[in-house]
Ligand binder design. Structure first.
Ligand code: C5P
Length: 229
């Protein structure tokens, strides 16, 4: 079975990213490319990872008017990536346009949404005018909207996973960062969970960065996480 581990390639340039990727095989893990590396390396770099045989999650969190997001999703899909994402806060019309933009592709990527960034607490949400209930309520609300808009899943914290699994059913993908294997550094993540615990609460894919990329033995950490999942 293909791995449920997505390694976050949070490197400042493509040279460092590629020398790390050379250690890996597509059977070990999938790869996530975010803003930093995409801006540094561009679509050609993403395509080179796809050409190496990796499933790539292009984490660009599109958020714009529906037509623009639809075009961006289509352009991303043409790179051959495995997963892309948008901000649920862009609204159901935007998400439906994004879904529709992928509908005639032979092998479309999974399309998921970000609900509430984990950097947003109640005070931050209040400042942008989101005042109905707690951050958890807002996560649930936007995850429901994502589901109703026909998307495949959401990025969520492991703490939210069980509630979302119960609310939105078995087929809705839950993709979860903030995962730390037993004994690894927490870094700047505030609420972390082990891979074993994430699996137990129903997470489909875990996103892990520094515990792997900054390890002296990345393959051993990857093997440990794959065993747990
Ligand atoms: O190094 P670490 O395991 O903390 O990396 C987690 C990855 O997941 C980073 O690329 C980070 O940007 C991303 N992420 C996150 N929390 C979110 C959404 C994405 O940590 N809510």
């Amino acid at each position: 079975m293909s791995s449920r581990l997505i390694v976050a390639l949070d490197f400042p340039d493509t040279e460092q990213a590629l020398s790390f990727v050379q250690l890996l095989s597509p059977a070990d893990c999938k790869l996530k490319v975010g803003f930093e590396l995409f801006v540094a390396g561009g679509p050609g770099f993403v395509r080179s990872l796809v050409d190496l045989g990796f499933d790539v999650f292009l984490d660009l969190k599109f958020h714009d008017i529906p037509n623009t997001v639809a075009g961006a999703c289509r352009a991303a899909a043409k790179l051959g990536v495995w997963m892309i994402n948008v901000h649920a806060a862009g609204g159901d019309k935007m998400m439906r346009f994004a879904r529709e933009a992928l509908s005639d592709l032979e092998n479309p990527p999974h399309l998921i949404a970000v609900t509430v960034l984990t950097s947003m607490d109640a005070e931050q949400l209040d400042k942008i005018g989101v005042r109905a209930g707690s951050p958890d309520d807002q996560v649930k609300h936007l995850a429901r909207l994502t589901h109703e808009s026909g998307l495949d899943g959401v990025v969520c914290s492991a703490q939210e996973a069980q509630m979302l699994r119960e609310t939105l059913g078995a087929d809705f993908l839950l993709v979860t960062p903030g995962i730390r294997p037993e004994g690894s550094q927490q870094g700047d993540q505030s609420r972390v969970m082990t891979p074993e615990a994430a699996k137990a609460v129903g997470v489909d894919y875990v996103v892990v960065g520094r515990p792997i990329t900054q390890s002296d033995d990345p393959l051993a950490v990857i093997a440990q996480i794959n065993r747990a999942l």
